[in-house]
Design a protein around this ligand. Structure first.
Ligand SMILES: Nc1ncnc2c1ncn2[C@@H]1O[C@H](COP(=O)(O)OP(=O)(O)OP(=O)(O)O)[C@@H](O)[C@H]1O
Length: 780
């Protein structure tokens, strides 16, 4: 078997490219399906940079499988060992394999190797290894791998190798040199990240990142100084092409990163426009988590006999294996208090990303947390500069909780995120996988917790099926667990105190221990944990301190009337009027065989009530675990309603005019603070909930461009279809009339299309730029 070194030698590689450019393309496309788990891949490849493990050849080198739809391409693995027998462990081949993945043994340019090793990248990850040879052969590639598995360097390493070798012997670039590499990314953050990955690996190449939301001036002058690699979002790239600042006539390598996300955020036209501008003789690599028809079309039209490299394949499990999944049932009102306890117990002071559906929720949750935990919000209404500051601060650990809309779900590579919390259910399994994939990256471990209300139970099951995962269902952390975790965190902090400081305080410590013994230290830990006062009891419903949750069960033989919240209050006022006055949340038990309810009372009132004589046939008890409750919040969720297909088709109904709106449009208030707000939502019914939530969903389009050249699109057709088929329930008549009238009014003003886009998370900044009369810099 040829060594990879030979396979990757410059001569071989460049001749492959030349061949590709001059010879006719082979008649069939080929694909490789690599069915193996990522846990084993990472175990085998790199565990914190440790030497390769014994299971190496079980996992590292998957058996390539020919399926009816894919033809095994051994050519792509030229120079790489293909083991036919998974079960045979062979230490000799382990050594060989280890060498062949060792970045210093791949024939890569020394300076690239040096920077990779300095960054702790000593061995290739599977997707990198799978892409490397065909990429160096000049093949067009379509690739897919799980989150956090190193896709950026999968295209980065071969491209850097090429540019470096071609540059060797040449003097440094001249001013005005045109880019040879173009990387398209769907979001600004992702573009910046790709830029960073390339710069960190090859600082000697001139890499420029262009994206909207910031001034053109710096980007223009960077391009004019000469550039090797341009990374950018499609909107700004088109702007720069149109202003003649960016010329793509010398692009040899095109990378489409997160291609399916381009579609999801409405960049399809822009991407195609850019591809039309590229030289036809080029190498293209397309990375996509899914293959919606537009991406397939793109591949057919713009890629040349692409090789498919799919490291996910038909595996049910779409998540990287280091991610532990939990699900927790919470009422709409208890989510907030449970949230901080979950972070205390499951993140243990490490980094957490909390995902909300709406920008408003992201702000509210972040604000509410700030009193106890340093946290920041990240969503599309936040200026680009602030978003960058926020992400940098989070990366550097200046604060530990990032509350984000799905703007942060894709692609963001933040090291060492310990916990992801789905504060609201994701729209679809894909979003769930990407949100969760912000933890457990590069073979590390992490946890993801899904919060759901009782009415969303079925959706959780659907999600399990769609994402091919299993949740461990957990209860809200008990006070003991919270105290214990808080104490652990304090101890970890104490362990970091500088010895010099300790010396200074030692005499005092000795004196106090002498006087008070260990309780002195316990008091210090309690105080630092924020528990200077003993924790009071907590409601199981709202998790609010000072409340306890009681359960009332009525024996059917005494009364056949259905229990209602009103009858619970009536019962309480008969037994103990103070309890009726003070009762908090009341929820009916979901079990139809039981006539029962749970309700909150202040601790002292509950104590009184429990000591009273209760009318026969009724039982009141203090409970420690909630039974399943009747719907406590909005009955619906977004799951499935914004599946890719639906989103695409809804977008397809619109012309691609300048109807992008970045803002929430009409928004009914959706606070989560008080129970009252939540009740109102509930009483407002499914329709009002859906509408209010959608309207403030994050229609961010982080990489959008507000190109004013786009005329506003016509909307009349849209009015008819949207009004007709988008309500998830029937609004009450007056509400519906008011809503229709409002819509007519907005439609007449030309706003409706934008509103519609904002409702459905469609992209764009144009409309808002237009609305506000802002310059393109603000939203582009
Ligand atoms: N061979 C390697 N060894 C060690 N670390 C690596 C290696 N390759 C990449 N990494 C690191 O792994 C992390 C994840 O990489 P990257 O962001 O490219 O993943 P991804 O597959 O694009 O993820 P996503 O699908 O979420 O966008 C990065 O911090 C990157 O620097």
């Amino acid at each position: 078997m040829a060594s990879i070194h030979t396979a990757l030698s410059p001569e071989v590689s460049s001749s492959a490219t030349n061949r590709r450019k001059t010879t006719p393309t082979p008649p069939t496309s080929r694909s490789i399906s690599l069915p193996f788990t990522f846990k084993s891949q990472f175990n085998a490849l790199v565990v914190g940079g440790s030497p390769l493990l014994g299971c190496f050849n079980h996992s590292l080198v998957p058996r390539a499988v020919a399926t009816p739809n894919s033809v095994l391409s051994e050519q792509a693995f030229e120079g790489l060992p293909l083991h036919q027998d998974d079960d045979v462990y062979d230490s000799e081949s382990e050594a060989t394999n280890g060498d062949e993945l060792d970045v210093s043994k791949l024939g890569l340019p020394q300076r690239l190797v040096d920077t990779l090793v300095k960054r702790g990248i000593t061995h290739l990850f599977p997707i990198q290894r799978a892409v490397l040879v065909p990429a160096l052969e000049g093949r067009d590639i379509i690739a897919r791998a799980k989150t956090g598995t190193g896709k950026t360097l999968a295209f980065g390493i071969p491209i850097i190798k090429r540019l470096t070798e071609d540059d060797a012997g040449r003097s440094r670039r001249m001013s005005g040199q045109l880019p040879r590499v173009l990387v398209l990314a769907p979001t600004r953050e992702l573009a910046k990240q790709v830029e960073k990955e390339i710069k960190d690996s090859a600082a000697y190449l001139n890499t420029v990142c262009v994206y909207g939301g910031v001034s053109y001036t710096i980007q223009r002058s960077a391009l004019s100084r000469g550039v090797d690699v341009v990374v950018g979002t499609p909107g700004r790239i088109i702007d720069l092409i149109e202003s003649n600042d960016l010329k793509l006539g010398e692009v040899e390598y095109l990378v489409l990163d997160e291609a399916d996300q381009m579609l999801a955020v409405g960049f399809e036209e822009d991407v195609e426009e850019i591809l039309e501008n590229l030289p036809s003789k080029r190498q293209s690599m397309l990375f996509s988590a899914t293959m919606p028809s537009w991406v397939k079309k793109l591949a057919r039209k713009y890629l040349d006999n692409p090789l498919n490299i799919d490291l996910v394949g038909d595996q049910d499990e779409k998540l990287a294996e280091g991610i532990k999944l939990y699900a927790i049932s919470a009422t709409a009102t208890s989510k907030r208090t449970i949230l901080s306890d979950l972070m205390t117990v499951y993140a243990k002071g490490g980094k957490t990303i909390v995902f909300t559906q709406t920008k408003r929720d992201a702000d509210d949750v972040s604000m509410a947390l700030t009193s106890s935990i340093a946290s920041e919000a990240l969503h599309g209404d936040i200026s680009q500069h602030q978003r960058e500051r926020t992400l940098n601060g989070f990366r550097q650990g200046k604060f530990t909780v990032l509350v984000a809309t799905d703007v942060a779900a894709r692609g963001l590579d933040i090291p060492n995120v310990d916990l992801v919390i789905h504060y609201e259910l994701p729209n679809d399994a894909e979003t769930f996988v990407h949100r969760s994939g912000r933890t457990g990256r590069a073979g590390k471990e992490g946890s993801a917790i899904l919060m759901y209300t009782n009415s969303q139970r079925r959706t959780v099951k659907t999600l399990e099926r769609d994402a091919g995962c299993r949740f461990e269902f957990i209860n809200p952390p008990s006070m003991e667990e919270v105290l214990e975790s808080s104490a652990d965190q304090i101890i970890a902090t104490l362990n970091g105190v500088h010895p010099e400081s300790i010396k200074f305080f030692t005499p005092t410590a000795e004196r106090i221990i002498e006087e008070q013994g260990t309780s002195a230290l316990a008091a210090a830990i309690a105080h630092l944990s924020g528990f200077s006062h003993p924790p009071s009891s907590r409601s199981l419903i709202t998790h609010e301190q000072g409340f306890v949750t009681l359960q009332l069960i009525r024996d059917e033989t005494y009364s056949r009337r259905f229990l209602t919240a009103r009858s619970v209050t009536g019962f309480l006022s008969d037994v103990y009027p103070a309890a009726a006055d003070e009762v908090g949340k009341i929820h009916l038990i979901a079990d139809e065989r039981v006539q029962g309810a749970v309700f909150d009372l202040p601790e002292d009132i509950a104590k009184e009530l429990l000591s009273m004589k209760i009318p026969p046939g009724n039982t009141i008890t203090k409970i420690t675990k909630l039974p399943p409750l009747q719907d406590d919040g909005p009955s619906g969720d977004f799951y499935g309603k914004f599946s890719s297909r639906e989103r695409f088709s809804s977008r397809d109904r619109f012309s691609r005019g300048g109807s992008k709106e970045r803002r929430g449009g009409l928004r009914t208030s959706r606070g989560w603070g008080s129970g009252r707000d939540s009740d109102n939502e509930f009483q407002g019914g499914r329709n009002s909930w859906s509408r209010s939530s959608r309207s403030s969903r994050d229609d961010w389009l982080i990489g959008s461009s507000s190109r004013s050249r786009r005329p506003p699109s016509g909307t009349s057709e849209v009015h008819a279809s949207t009004a007709g088929d988008q309500g998830t329930g029937q609004p009450t008549a007056p509400r519906s009339r008011t809503f229709s009238m409002l819509m007519l009014l907005f439609g007449a003003l030309g706003f409706f299309d934008r509103y519609w886009h904002s409702l459905y998370d469609l992209d764009g900044g144009d409309a808002v730029a237009d609305l506000r009369g802002n310059s393109t810099d603000v939203f582009s």
